[in-house]
Write a protein that binds this ligand. Structure first.
Ligand code: HAM
Length: 440
């Protein structure tokens, strides 16, 4: 039963005026930084023919169990779940790939020309331990190419994420790539890996003993110093890849080389989601000097997921590949560009009004300015000339437009050049043309 407002934890005295742990408000400049980044990333995606998609924040809980995998950290430890009043079990989406595959089938996108290429951005939720670069509400920009098994599509998503991050001002990127095989060759490698780790079960950490039972590939992901030596000698996937997987991997690497994209093969890269097959990759930046944990934080990760369609109940196998960029990490990275959204224009004119009549006419004059697409700033709630001029000086806007009692009667405004302090009286019906002559 839902608590009543009088019950413990629900009274007014229990209200905390703060966001839940690991979640943040984005206000003003910070909001624009996210918007600017998503705009830049979308621009690149649109150029390459991707279409936008937005899926709900809530999805059925089962969708993630059968895609991300029941024994992954995301599902076992981090999924936010809820039961609706009607009894449905829903989850706050922890990632975007499974919902997009769901949407692909729900909307019959398999009958469109393939591959279907989709981009998205928005908030995702993982009940992780909040720390630098790790939030419970995280924001991603993602790309999914659904309906092609060709290696060029793997290279395409790697290329695009590389382009987006470079154009966001982050040129020192490390691309780690691996192939984790397909359903023919992976089970053989997995068996060898399990045999190897079983022999050394006493030497591995407690988490790895769990992994050995539930999710053996994640043994290769362990960061515990105790497990590092064993990892080096563990059976490497590369020796077990079948001819098809080997060929696919070779082609992806050749495409990257043809585009002069530098990469590192990391045979221990397995990724934390179960739906991958063949190509997996992560892009990171080296930590800044003196950073505590010394491990590079992944800015983006992705890979091929040829079996996800089947895992979600489709009879037909629909091969696909994609990537998601962690926008929070990108925007916190040293050197990231301040990409302002197109919507935001630097104000050219500071609008100043003096007296009651002028204040009343202000909004109509601001509308004239809006129609001429002249970006302005104002302080309509202020009354005195000095207070308003003071703000105009501080924000470094090149012109002020002054509307006083006399100007209201004469249907004019005064335009003042804030640098030279020269002033001109301009008739309202000539204002639009006059504004075009002003240099920014
Ligand atoms: P992922 O590696 O789980 O992949 O997440 C992608 C990126 O999201 C990470 O590289 C990281 O930058 C960011 N990220 C993940 N967790 C957090 C967190 N707690 N706080 C801040 N940022 C975080 C996926 O989500 C897959 N859906 C990617 C994909 C798309 N694979 C195929 N298509």
């Amino acid at each position: 039963m839902p608590k009543k407002p009088t019950e413990k934890g629900m009274g007014k005295e229990d209200i905390k005026l703060q966001t839940p742990k690991g979640m943040r408000d984005l206000i003003g400049e910070e909001y624009y930084r996210y918007q600017g980044f998503f705009e830049k990333a979308s621009e690149v995606a649109i150029y390459y023919g991707f279409q936008p998609i937005e899926t709900p924040i809530l999805e059925s809980e089962g969708l993630f169990y059968h895609s991300v995998g029941a024994h992954t950290d995301i599902i076992e430890k981090e999924l936010y779940t809820l039961r609706t009043k009607g009894g449905d079990r829903l989850a706050l989406r922890p990632e975007g790939t499974a919902p997009i595959m769901r949407a692909y089938f729900e909307h019959g996108l398999q009958s469109q020309p393939q591959p279907v290429m989709l981009y998205y951005h928005g908030p995702f939720f993982r009940h992780d331990s909040p720390q630098k670069g790790r939030y419970r509400e995280l924001r991603q920009f993602g790309l999914e190419v659904i309906g092609s098994s060709k290696s060029i599509t793997d290279a395409l998503v790697i290329r695009l994420v590389n382009t987006i991050l470079t154009e966001a001002g982050l040129p020192d990127l490390t691309i780690e790539i691996n192939s984790i095989g397909d359903r023919d060759c992976r089970p053989i490698w997995k068996r060898e890996l399990v045999n190897y780790y079983r022999k050394h079960a006493k030497e591995i950490c407690a988490d790895c003993r769990e992994r050995l039972k539930d999710n053996p590939l994640r043994l290769l992901d362990c960061k515990n110093p105790k497990c590092q030596t064993l990892k080096i000698a563990a059976p490497s996937v590369i020796s077990y890849l079948c001819t098809g997987c080997k060929q696919h991997f070779k082609e992806v690497l050749e495409c990257l080389e043809a585009m002069n994209i530098t990469y590192t093969i990391n045979n221990n890269l397995v990724r934390g989601l179960d739906y991958y097959s063949r190509t997996v990759f992560e892009i990171s930046m080296a930590p800044a000097e003196g950073e505590a944990d010394g491990l590079p934080l992944a800015l983006a990760g992705g890979g091929r997921y040829d079996y996800l369609s089947r895992a979600l109940g489709s009879k037909k196998q629909v091969p696909a590949v994609g990537v998601a960029i962690g926008a929070d990490r990108v925007l916190a990275a040293p050197g990231v560009a301040n990409l302002l959204p197109r919507l935001i224009k630097k104000p050219k004119i500071f609008f100043i009004q003096l007296g009651t009549e002028a204040k009343m006419k202000s909004l109509s004059i601001i509308e004239i300015l809006r129609h001429t697409k002249t970006p302005i700033a104002h302080s309509l709630s202020k009354d005195s000339l000095s207070a308003q001029l003071g703000i105009a000086e501080k924000v470094n806007i090149p012109y002020a437009m002054i509307l006083g009692q006399k100007e209201v009667i004469d249907n004019t405004v005064i335009i003042r050049d804030m640098r030279s302090r020269a002033q001109n009286v301009v008739k309202l019906d000539e204002l639009a043309n006059y504004l075009k002559t002003l240099k920014a």
